[in-house]
Design a protein around this ligand. Structure first.
Ligand code: GLY
Length: 369
């Protein structure tokens, strides 16, 4: 218990404590009860989680804390993050009698958190919600920072709202039930924090990342804590992604979103895997532009390879033309006044935002993928 930490994320709309610990879930009732405005919570879980002990454990600790729980299940997978999925969830919550003072608890990965958070943002003009992420990707990224939303036919996350959770509860023990491939994919986002802000953390990951993948609880707590410290610091300064600082969290993502879209958002290429390949592309582009040394790009590639992440599209049997990739990149939310913006780096630990990427250089890089 003494290994628990709380990060104090302070934002314009109030505080959002982020609790990090091992085996937090079975004792989460005591953390959650003081945050509720009525002794009633609506637990949203994805169907895959029903095969794990997590929803039952959460329900028990909440009931022990005197909280009545209504559980709603959503279909697992990206298809739930749609207008149809939103409508089904909102109608189900209204049907069960959700009120303005009720709280939604989002237990699951990024899809559950984004969808339940968006439902909380719009239901009855806004109800409270908490994020209880169960994937590494959601723990180190999507559950923290208040981005909620669904996908449009025209692209991912194009409909949504900023809505900060009342708290985030990160239990590293729930990762034990996560498939190894998903764990590695989430790890790519941890590497991202080292890339953009903290060379020392990157070196720590080179030395200890494999322990984290193997299940070492201390390594998991440290990596998640450091990742979230970096994220919290950035989000506190640029909550609505206006100054450009929050955009740095998208290192590798302009490429990744294009790869994922062309690969069909399925199991051929998970989001974190696309981010791993995308970060290498960003590092190589930075070297071509003379912003950073090629050695740093190689070091990044070596580390991702050691972890077992894909480092090229070929490895997954994927090839896309530069034209198709460029067309997808132009759909990204990060496009401003028709110009592509890239998060590049000056080397490990120092990211920057730029629009100054000559199109022929980009084309050449994408052709070499
Ligand atoms: N995942 C990027 C952000 O939260 O801004």
């Amino acid at each position: 218990m003494s290994d628990d930490t709380v990060l104090d994320l302070r934002l314009a709309g109030g505080a959002c404590p982020v609790h990090i610990g091992t085996d937090l879930l079975p004792r989460a009732g005591a953390l959650i009860a003081p945050l509720l405005r009525q002794a009633r919570a609506f637990l949203v879980v994805d169907a895959n989680l029903l095969a794990t002990p997590h929803p039952g454990r959460l329900q028990r600790t909440l009931e022990e804390a005197g909280i009545g729980v209504e559980t709603l299940t959503i279909a697992a997978g990206e298809a739930s993050k749609s207008f149809a999925g939103l409508e089904a969830l909102v109608e189900a919550l209204l049907e069960r009698g959700i009120e303005r003072r009720s709280t939604i608890l989002a237990l699951g990965g990024g899809v559950t958190g984004d969808l339940a958070g968006f439902a909380a943002a719009i239901l009855l003009r806004g109800v409270d919600y908490l994020q209880i992420p169960t994937t590494l990707l959601a723990q180190v990224d999507s559950a923290v920072g208040g981005k909620t939303g669904i996908n449009s036919r025209r692209g991912k996350n194009l409909v949504g709202a900023f809505k900060q959770p009342r708290a985030v509860i990160v239990d590293t023990a729930v990762l034990d039930t996560l498939p190894a491939r998903e764990l590695r994919a989430g790890y790519a986002e941890i590497v991202k924090y080292g890339c953009i802000r903290d060379a020392e953390f990157f070196a720590w990951l080179e030395a200890h990342g494999r322990e984290l993948i193997r299940g070492d609880a201390g390594a998991r707590r440290h990596a998640i804590r450091r990742s979230l410290e970096i994220k919290a610091e950035i989000v506190a300064r640029d909550e609505r992604e206006e100054s450009g600082e929050r955009a740095l969290l998208n290192f590798g993502h302009t490429f990744a979103h294009a790869y994922e879209a062309l690969a069909g958002y399925g199991s051929r290429l998970l989001h974190g895997e696309a981010v791993a390949i995308g970060m290498i592309a960003a590092a190589r582009l930075s070297a071509r532009l003379g912003l950073a040394s090629e050695d740093d790009a190689l070091r990044l590639r070596r580390h991702l390879e050691e972890i077992g992440l894909p480092v090229s599209l070929h490895e997954r049997g994927l090839t896309f033309t530069p034209e198709a990739l460029l067309a997808r990149m132009r759909h990204d939310k990060k496009v401003t006044a028709g110009r592509l913006r890239f998060v590049l780096w000056r080397g490990i630990g120092e990211a920057l935002l730029t629009e100054a990427v000559p199109e022929d250089m980009l084309h050449e890089l994408l052709a070499a993928e």
